[in-house]
Design a protein around this ligand. Structure first.
Ligand SMILES: Cc1cc2nc3c(=O)[nH]c(=O)nc-3n(C[C@H](O)[C@H](O)[C@H](O)COP(=O)(O)OP(=O)(O)OC[C@H]3O[C@@H](n4cnc5c(N)ncnc54)[C@H](O)[C@@H]3O)c2cc1C
Length: 460
């Protein structure tokens, strides 16, 4: 019988385990992870023999110790303006305090010396407003993919002495066992099971389908969440350098004239690379960058996304996003690449047009036509925003700006949770992206610390 079983070793699971061990070293804790240990996580794409996603059973980018964040850009945004709605449960002040606490752990575990950028006092707030754009407030710690990995290695070295890890062991189902004097949770894996007094579920986006099943089986209420659909833009780093040198990542929102939709920048990677992402067999696009200048490219990439939320009669927002991603996979065999100049001219990009393009793509994607994939409303919004960004970063709307599609941010449906992030079952907590409450490294990590502290307080 464990005191706590944690399902998922992404940032949510890691920081809850960390905080529990710090608060009470005598606790018996087990962490179950569907993916591999950190040092066994390797995406087979080597750009040489394997150029695109081969749909591994367990995606090394999304699963394993470190979760979806392991090979991410390691951008810890300390803000309530985006990255999740944790503050709605725990309050604005506490949410920021916990994100700062997580930052201090990262600094103590290999992150020291990395830069903390901030929008406070920047002239870009005004420049954006003058051009019909809105810059969101945030401080962002950029660890970079390389330092992020080192922090994870250090956290693992600390945790493995104090916690029982079970890798390559997906939990299939959970059951509440009620006995005369007590109740506990039973987590089923393969032919075996593990029991614990309390259970923290932190399965991230890759566990979204599983989470839905658990909620269905245990009658835990859920709400449908939004899906974000768009493209990843790649252009010469120099075009965005004024913004990225000062702010590193700028979250900018534009309200389109035609449909009054919000289009926003997301996940900006100065001198970064564009990568494939495989969620439940669907290949979409993402990006990251390294802290080490030796690994920099000449390009900057970021996503332009439009949020869609369906409620009645259709409420499967993720299903809508999946269908669009599947369409791009069907036409392009994976991710589709198009020059902005070709898109506005209404023609597809082909091998020779990409060959002649002055911006060199950092991801090997299939040249094609995004207008055959993305709904008109979304595509029009993206084109409008590219022209709006061109006013603050001249050259964004150049013919040779590259667009990769589709980028989809799937959000898990929101699990009904109380202010302790506890479900209708006492001792069953859901945290991180799997709860639908968070969508970022910082919020997911903070939610882990928060629940750990609730458990420690209750035990007093
Ligand atoms: C390429 C990429 C770049 C990103 N860059 C950034 C960034 O710079 N900044 C930022 O804030 N966010 C970024 N993100 C998002 C960020 O990684 C996530 O928001 C964050 O990892 C969520 O943490 P989590 O612990 O909730 O879930 P996850 O990190 O998804 O971890 C969940 C873990 O649970 C495991 N799991 C799932 N189901 C089961 C099961 N049934 N049994 C056992 N284990 C299970 C999974 O294998 C996974 O390891 C990026 C994501 C990707 C993919």
């Amino acid at each position: 019988m464990y005191d706590v079983v944690i399902i998922g070793a992404g940032p949510g699971g890691i920081y809850s385990a960390y905080e529990l061990t710090k608060g009470d070293p005598s606790l018996k804790i087990a962490v179950f992870e569907a993916g591999h240990p950190l040092d066994k996580r390797h995406c087979p794409i080597d750009g040489d023999k394997i150029k695109s996603c081969i749909r591994c059973k367990s995606c090394a980018i999304m699963s394993g110790f470190g979760g979806a964040g392991a090979f991410s850009d390691g951008k810890y945004n300390i803000t309530n303006d985006f990255g999740g709605t944790l503050y709605e449960y725990i309050g604005q002040k506490r949410s920021i305090q916990l994100m700062e606490y997580v930052d201090s752990i990262n600094m103590a575990n290999g992150g020291e010396g990395t830069k903390l950028y901030s929008t406070a006092g920047t002239d870009f707030t005004k420049i954006c407003l003058q051009n019909n754009l809105r810059l969101l407030n945030a401080s962002v710690r950029h660890l970079g993919t390389d330092i992020n990995y080192i922090v994870l290695e250090n956290l693992y070295s600390y945790l493995k002495e104090r916690v029982d890890f079970f890798f390559d062991t997906p939990i299939e189902s959970i059951e509440l066992i009620k006995e005369a004097s007590s109740s506990y949770y039973r987590a089923y894996h393969g032919d075996a099971h593990t029991d614990a007094r309390q259970c923290i579920i932190s399965v991230g986006r890759s566990g979204s389908k599983w989470m839905e099943e658990v909620c269905r089986n245990m009658n835990i209420p859920t709400k449908s969440n939004r899906v974000d659909i768009g493209v990843r833009v790649e252009l010469p780093a120099v075009i965005f350098s004024e913004l990225t040198d000062e702010l590193y990542e700028s979250k900018i929102v534009y309200r389109t004239e035609k449909f009054e939709d919000n289009v926003r920048t997301f996940c900006m990677n100065p001198h970064g690379i564009v990568v494939n992402e495989n969620t439940n067999g669907i290949v979409t696009v993402n990006g990251h960058s390294y802290e080490d200048p030796a690994k920099w490219t000449d390009n900057t990439n970021f996503a332009l996304l439009v949020a869609k939320h369906f409620s009645l009669p259709f409420k499967d927002s993720n299903g809508y996003g999946e269908s669009i991603a599947r369409l791009s996979n069907m036409l392009g065999g994976g991710v589709i690449l198009q020059r902005f100049g070709d898109l506005v001219r209404g023609r597809r990009s082909n091998e020779s047009r990409i060959e002649q393009c002055s911006t060199r793509p950092t991801l090997d994607a299939t040249p094609g036509d995004l207008s055959l994939v993305l709904p008109k409303r979304i595509l029009d919004g993206i084109i409008e925003m590219i022209y709006a960004l061109d006013k603050i970063a001249k050259g964004t709307a150049n013919e040779d700006t590259l667009l990769y599609g589709v980028e989809v941010k799937f959000y898990n449906m929101e699990v009904a949770l109380d202010k302790n992030l506890e479900t209708i079952y006492k001792g069953l907590y859901v945290i991180g992206d799997g709860s639908g409450v968070t969508h970022s490294l910082s919020h997911a990590s903070a939610s882990g610390v928060y629940v750990a502290r609730r458990i420690l307080e209750k035990a007093k």
